[in-house]
Design a protein around this ligand. Structure first.
Ligand SMILES: *Cc1c(COP(=O)(O)O)cnc(C)c1O
Length: 398
């Protein structure tokens, strides 16, 4: 597929049927908001996995680092390489599983930092590095499972794990960490249990003088929920993109959405009462209807399950989406909106006049979470970075 850089004549804002706008001013603001609630000794890791939750990893990483983030977090080795290839040198933790010697060699070559979750993996990694000419020590991060039941060594055996890894050649333990399963839950019981397990592991390690230099536990929700979870670093994803993990966590920081999704009206027409619209005729016009075809569909990241339920913004008005959302296009009822023309811009996510529609609104309707809505926007949509002024409240607080 041609990238937009290879087709400069199709300047996206002017000719595109649909695109994603990334407001770097909002991103900086959000990073600074988190910095503002962290003690100076706690570092901020900007989590930029999954192409920065669909926002574009390189631009987000560069901007977050300028705004005060010290670390980057990715899920996979190729995600880390993308940052390095773009010249980004900040310490970068690969949070996902790294098992093959090939991935381990790439980690060493690109100076990424792996997550280790079991002794055997540490051994293979150490052996792999021993086989490389002129290998430097690689900083590694040991992950323990305190109750997420995903990656991690059992918390009760953390001491054995550290004891095993510490003497291995070429590996230098930089941190011990764990991940919380319910930090966005109103009921803190399970989060507290995980925290107790983490603390117990840490206390044991300290007693045996095996404590790694740094500890971290918090994602966005935990960073907002409880300063006791901040430790030496917080790993913030969703929050830097301007969304709250849960309504009860809204009070500590002012966050501004970074992403807006826009598309153009590609065809306008009037259809008579009784017209069935789109595949399956799942919408039937009950009156003469002015219908707008818009150049975005489920292949771009608009969930098909929102068919007939989605509302969008057009020139300061709300418009109802009608009929089944198709792969590349969807239809609107714009009968009530005056003076529309083909080429006019439709805002699917973002602000238009007095209306705001966010990923949380879609997530509620689609029975999912805002994280999935954000990273659902595909590369077919060009990402365009912009500097949009923030609403007055955000500026006053920031
Ligand atoms: C994705 C991820 C995060 C960030 O989570 P948010 O809820 O988006 O802040 C933090 N830590 C780990 C291990 C992750 O996988």
């Amino acid at each position: 597929m041609l990238s937009w850089e290879q087709t400069p004549s199709l300047e996206p804002m002017r000719c595109c049927r649909a695109w994603v706008e990334i407001n770097l001013a909002a991103l900086r603001h959000n990073v600074q908001q988190f910095k503002g609630i962290l003690p100076a000794s706690t570092q901020l890791m900007a989590v930029v996995k999954a192409d920065a939750y669909g926002h574009g990893a390189v631009a987000v990483a560069q901007t977050a680092l300028q705004a005060g983030a010290a670390w980057l977090g990715v899920a996979t080795v190729p995600e880390g390489i993308e940052l390095r290839a773009a010249g980004i040198q900040a310490p970068t933790l690969v949070m996902g599983a790294v098992n093959s010697p090939e991935e381990m060699q790439a980690i060493a070559h690109w100076r990424l930092q792996p997550t280790l979750v079991k002794p055997k993996q540490a051994l293979v990694f150490s052996d792999t590095l021993s086989g490389l000419a002129a290998a430097r020590p690689v900083d590694v991060h040991l992950k323990i499972d305190t109750g997420m039941a995903r990656l991690g060594f059992p918390w009760a055996e953390a001491t054995d794990f550290v004891q095993f890894v510490q003497p291995l050649p070429h590996l230098k333990i930089d941190s011990l960490y764990s991940h919380l399963a319910t930090a966005d839950d109103l009921d803190p019981t399970i989060m507290q249990l995980q925290h107790q397990r983490f603390t117990a592991a840490v206390d044991n390690l300290r007693r045996q003088q095996l404590l790694p230099p740094r500890l971290h536990l918090a994602n966005t929700a935990a960073a907002l929920a409880d300063p006791a979870l901040h430790y030496d670093q917080v790993r913030v994803g969703l929050g830097i993109y301007g969304l709250y993990p849960a309504p009860h966590l809204r009070h500590r920081v002012d966050l501004q959405p970074v992403m807006e999704v826009k598309a153009r009206i590609t065809h306008l027409k009037e259809v008579p009462a009784g017209t069935g619209v789109s595949y399956g005729h799942r919408y039937r016009c009950d009156r003469t209807t002015r219908l707008a075809v818009v150049g975005i569909g489920y292949a771009d990241g608009v969930p098909r399950i929102l068919s007939n339920r989605l509302q969008v913004m057009v020139k300061g008005h709300l418009a109802q989406q009608i009929g089944t959302i198709t792969m590349d296009q969807l239809m609107l009822d714009v009968t009530h909106i005056p003076d529309l023309q083909e080429g006019d811009i439709v805002t699917l996510l973002g602000r238009d006049g007095r209306y705001t529609i966010g990923p949380d609104d879609w997530a509620t309707m689609a029975n999912t979470i805002s994280w999935e809505i954000l990273c659902g926007f595909k590369h077919r949509l060009p990402r365009i970075t912009v500097e949009q002024p923030l609403p007055a409240r955000a500026v006053a607080q920031g």
